[in-house]
Design a protein around this ligand. Structure first.
Ligand code: NAD
Length: 478
């Protein structure tokens, strides 16, 4: 049996031994993978001291030089795709192919954000006074605290650190206690590219201790958080005490509208993918379907067949599986409970509906529920598992009203051949993103942001980059 890896916090350019540890397990078979620091508030504060100490000279470094470190790191990731992908699969459970996509996408993302090094621009604003010039500069905020979830643990490091660093901030990252290993592997590679000490730091630990200390600290100028609404709300309370800038990417309950004139091949393929990819644990993927009555029977029969055909299991034991385990026991129990409750309230089980008996590991069967209604929890609350609830609608107006009637507002999608229908959906769907006749997967040059409880601010593209800056307006007379 292989020994668990011992990881150490990365603070001020050095890996540090730690007194307290958390254990990390493989969700597919529950084997022990690693021991990582259970950081204390003191550990967190030292990481913040390091980030604070490094920030002024980092901000004074030309942006193109800051960007060069990101390009070098991107190349290191590309040289290590298979190894890094294995670390992700082991601790998070996503299949190897998707883990490799995550590593490659992360490298591309680092390059993309690095390209902004030469493009960060201010503005010259017309004045009302004859001899005055008004300049708007963009400046770094200072020290960023990045708090990560477990579902795309590797990419989300880059989504926070790349725009933070290229704009002149320094950062302290706290990975999820479920998936810290890949973050320490990221730090090991970053350590090889010669980044100045203290610019990038990693402290692992629990949310209650390390996460709380990080978000409560007065040393933090911006909190960039991705995770659940409940934690986002706690973090907001901490931020309120210090008036700390917040960027929150929270949950989703993406509606998919399938109209009578939809290309059903496309709709079935894309919506199935939404529920299978990363075992349905993706904030932006379709989580509820509103299908128009004329195609409802055919859509339900076809999506059920497609879901049933999914091969699932331990991705490291069987390289052909399309779907791995769920992240942990709590996630599995929540999904099982939601399905049971929906059935108890009258939903019709079309396929799946059970915890999969594969020995060890947290596996759930790909599941389709028809006959769902808007008042059921399964149509309103985040499932985060391979379960698709379906409700029949008669008109697009009705579907849009039901889609909007939700506390989340991250992504949405519609399948239709009609330009008018598509344009009506664009106008009336009240979400941060809408995908028309395609799977829900954002581009790095877009802007990933939600409304309502899905978050505050956003990530990616120019708008995401500028979230990590503040404006400084200068008035010059003469
Ligand atoms: P979570 O909120 O349980 O944990 C996220 C992080 O917050 C972890 O690192 C955790 O340790 C930390 N944390 C917990 N309590 C804390 C506290 N009191 N103070 C500070 N930090 C604390 O979320 P999760 O289960 O890891 O991730 C799943 C959730 O993330 C889902 O709701 C999903 O929709 C959401 N998510 C959203 C996006 C997006 O882009 N909007 C992307 C990925 C995941």
């Amino acid at each position: 049996m292989t020994q668990p890896t011992i990881y150490q916090n990365y603070i001020n350019g050095a890996f540090e031994a730690s007194q307290q540890h958390l254990e990390v397990f493989n969700p597919a078979n529950q084997t022990l993978l690693s021991r990582v620091p259970a950081s204390s508030a003191d550990d967190v504060e030292r990481a913040l001291d390091a980030a604070r100490g490094a920030q002024k000279s980092w901000a004074a470094t030309p942006a193109v030089e800051r960007a060069a470190f990101l390009h070098r790191l991107a190349n290191k990731l590309r040289d290590n795709v298979a190894r890094l992908a294995r670390t992700i699969t082991e601790e998070q459970g996503k299949i190897s192919g998707l883990a490799e996509v995550e590593v490659n996408f992360t490298a591309d993302y680092l390059d993309y954000m690095a390209e902004w090094g030469r493009r960060i621009e201010g503005e010259i604003i017309q004045s009302d006074r004859p001899k005055e010039s008004i300049f708007l500069f963009r400046k770094p905020l200072g020290v960023v605290a990045g708090i990560l979830p477990w579902n795309f643990p590797f990419f989300l490091i880059a989504r926070k650190m790349a725009p933070a660093l290229v704009t002149g901030n320094t950062i302290v990252i706290k990975p999820s206690e479920e998936t810290p290993n890949n973050c320490f592997e990221f730090a090991r590679l970053l350590d090889e590219v010669g980044l100045p000490k203290g610019v990038f730091n990693v402290v692992s630990g629990t949310g209650a201790e390390a996460g709380n200390a990080l978000t409560a600290s007065q040393q933090v100028d911006m909190i960039s958080f991705t995770g659940s609404v409940e934690t986002g709300s706690r973090i907001m309370a901490n931020a309120a005490n210090n008036i700390t800038k917040l960027n929150l990417e929270l949950g989703g309950k993406a509606p998919a509208i399938v109209l009578d004139d939809a290309d059903l091949d496309l709709a079935v393929k894309a919506i199935r993918s939404s529920r299978i990819i990363n075992t349905g644990q993706v904030c932006n993927c379709a989580e509820r379907v509103y299908v128009q009555r004329g195609v409802a029977d055919e859509f339900i029969a076809r999506i059920a067949k497609a879901m049933e055909s999914t091969r699932y299991g331990d991705p490291l034991a069987d390289s052909d599986v399309e779907m791995g385990p769920m992240i942990n026991r709590a996630g599995l129990d929540k999904v099982a409970q939601m399905v049971e409750t929906a059935r108890g309230n009258g939903a019709e089980l079309i396929t799946g509906g059970n915890v999969a008996d594969l020995g060890a590991g947290f596996h759930y069967q790909p599941t389709v529920l028809a006959g769902c209604r808007q008042d059921m929890a399964i149509m309103r609350q985040e499932i985060f598992g391979p379960v698709l609830p379906i409700q029949i609608i008669d008109t697009l107006d009705e579907a849009i009203a039901l889609a909007n009637d939700c506390e989340y507002g991250l992504t949405s999608s519609i399948y239709t051949r009609s330009l008018n229908n598509a344009m009506q959906a664009c106008r009336e769907l009240d979400f941060g993103e809408t995908y028309i006749n395609r799977e829900n997967f954002e581009a790095m040059q877009g802007f990933h942001a939600g409304v309502r409880k899905s978050g505050i601010g956003g990530a990616d593209g120019k708008h995401g980059l500028y979230e990590y800056t503040h404006s400084h307006v200068v008035y010059l007379e003469g």
